[in-house]
Design a protein around this ligand. Structure first.
Ligand code: MN
Length: 198
């Protein structure tokens, strides 16, 4: 039987799929200076950070904790690039490594970089409006806006998952997503760094 205390947790939140805002909730805003270390082109970063544009915002709904509970959050990545690398999130692993996550795209045109931390294998998959991405456990994930409008999406995961930004912060992802001839291209980071130096 469902107890009254469990039913008391039922809630409706209203959100705007165009702005990525949940009514009554304040987003966490990530400006370029907050995200900066992850972009490959340091010269382009140094030039753009003077303006310090807003790169992405996330509104987390995390008040349900304990066995069986879930956390969820609404993300919005603004269109833009640092050099030829598209605006993206810092990326993270889950502290509880087996914890998977479901992303649900609402608006825009994006991609996710998924990197298995055990094998180093890195893949890019599409995340756009009317699509979902299943992020398996043990997989570092980063969301990238490859379009010219905001990319808006939900992420839903176990309340026990937790976030580990440090491991990705030290290593970064093996692949980058950059614009070439007006189109997004997935490249090995090392190859892109060699191009930048050439
Ligand atoms: Mn996650």
């Amino acid at each position: 039987m469902i107890s009254a205390t469990e039913l008391d947790r039922a809630e409706t939140l209203r959100f705007d799929p165009l702005t990525g805002i949940i009514a009554g909730r304040a987003p966490t805003s990530r400006y370029l200076v907050d995200v900066g270390a992850v972009f490959a082109d340091r010269q382009a970063y140094t030039q753009l950070v003077v303006k310090n544009p807003l790169v992405y915002e996330v509104t987390q709904v995390e008040e349900h904790n304990g066995d069986g509970q879930v956390h969820y959050g609404l993300g919005i990545i603004y269109p833009g690039k640092v050099g030829s690398e598209y605006f993206m999130t810092k990326g993270h692993l889950h502290e509880w490594r087996p914890a998977a996550e479901v992303y649900i795209g609402l608006r825009g045109r994006g991609m996710m970089l998924l990197e298995d931390e055990r094998t180093g294998e890195c893949r890019a998959v599409a995340l756009a409006g009317n699509s979902t991405v299943y992020v398996p456990g043990y997989t570092a994930h980063r969301t990238v806006n490859v379009g010219d409008e905001p990319l808006v999406y939900w992420g839903i995961l176990s309340s026990a998952a937790g976030h580990d930004y440090g491991t990705v912060g030290e290593r970064n992802f093996r692949k980058v997503i950059v614009e070439k001839d007006g189109r997004p291209v997935v490249m090995d980071r090392d190859e892109f760094l060699r191009e930048l130096e050439a």
